[in-house]
Design a protein around this ligand. Structure first.
Ligand code: DAH
Length: 343
């Protein structure tokens, strides 16, 4: 018996563990209910009475030593693993993933991207033009008469002293650039920033955004335009949406129209958003005036087409029910963070 105890003690003294698993199997082998030490205690009954004192002392010593050894190795392994984690060149793959917050897109970008996607699906390509433009592209090529009020200082920001150079007041300038540089068929949309000398209020700003659309080909009709815009309205505001075209005037389209969509919030019944009319105006449109085609060297006898233009802020205000246009430009994080889930 005494020999067995001594052998186990030597084994316990020599024991080292490189991980928790090894330590645990040592503990089970030595100290668990059916382990070597408890079974020696079982055998203790059979020891000669005159040897009992000595054997008992040795046995207790062994038990205590083994228990302390297990505890000591356990602590050692724990500190090792902490130090190990701190080593920069050895990443700890078990650590919880770090959280780095990602930014959110501006609501105007979200809506612009949606508009782009809707038209891209039916073959429109995106085109862009400069924000600082000349009179020809903003006004003259688009059939604005010399004395048109939009050319006035009160509406247009001129750049420097040159009356020919101004910040574009609409993205219709891009349709001129596209027509000058491409041959029909043309199917393009031009999103961008525009500038007008207006007093800032809940409904107007001196900087805002538009998307211009242009379709030129042989035999394009007003009915084609209507179908295209109905498709857009339903993709943007929901498949139940109805559209309505009202006669209007723009120098660059003939005939011209203003397009309303049925109010997606009240379903046309009447609410504060549609001012109890059931309809919301969202864009201007029309058949491109033959003068504009000729100004851009496109044969107006052979080709016809339609154009449309809408304000991105306006669409975003309807979709998100935003009542004050200034919120888009204030960069208030409490406002912008509401759009984190958007793509
Ligand atoms: N450029 C016009 C504006 O800023 C919007 C517009 C109306 C664009 C009719 C068009 C159009 O292409 O056909 O108010």
């Amino acid at each position: 018996m005494i020999e067995k105890i001594k052998a186990l003690l030597r084994e316990a003294e020599r024991f080292q563990a490189k991980d928790q698993e090894e330590l645990e199997s040592f503990r089970i082998r030595m100290l668990s209910k059916k382990g070597a030490i408890p079974s020696l205690f079982q055998d203790f009954k059979t020891v000669d009475p005159d040897q009992r004192k000595e054997v008992g002392m040795e046995l207790n010593k062994l038990k205590q030593f083994a228990a302390e050894k297990v505890q000591q190795i356990k602590e050692q392994l724990e500190t090792e693993s902490i130090n190990h984690k701190a080593e920069p060149d050895r990443p700890d793959m078990s650590m919880p993933a770090g959280f780095s917050p990602i930014g959110s897109r501006h609501p105007l970008s979200v809506i612009r991207n949606r508009i782009n996607k809707i038209f891209e699906r039916i073959g429109f390509v995106i085109s862009e033009g400069p924000e600082i433009e000349d009179d020809w592209h903003i006004f003259s090529a688009l059939n604005f008469p010399e004395e048109h009020p939009a050319r006035d200082m009160q509406d247009t920001f001129f750049v420097g002293k040159d009356p020919d150079i101004a910040l574009r007041t609409h993205t219709s300038s891009v349709q001129v650039r596209v027509m000058e540089n491409q041959k029909p068929p043309i199917r393009t949309i031009s999103p961008g920033r525009v500038f007008r000398n207006e007093a800032i209020s809940a409904r107007a700003h001196c900087i805002f955004h538009q998307v211009e659309g242009l379709y030129i080909d042989e035999g394009v009709s007003f009915a084609d335009m209507k179908q295209c815009l109905l498709y857009f309205a339903r993709e943007m505001f929901g498949e139940e949406t109805q559209i309505r075209l009202r006669p209007s005037f723009f120098p660059f389209t003939e005939p011209s129209a203003e397009m309303d969509v049925s109010c997606s919030l009240c379903g046309g019944k009447g609410c504060t958003i549609c001012k109890y009319s059931g309809w919301i105006e969202i864009m201007g449109c029309g058949m491109v005036d033959p003068n504009v085609l000729e100004n851009c060297n496109i044969d107006s006898k052979k080709y016809s087409g339609y154009a449309f233009g809408m304000g991105i802020e306006r669409i975003a205000m309807i979709i998100y029910q935003i009542k004050d246009l200034r919120m888009f430009f204030e960069n208030d994080l409490r406002f912008l963070r509401q759009f984190t889930a958007a793509i």
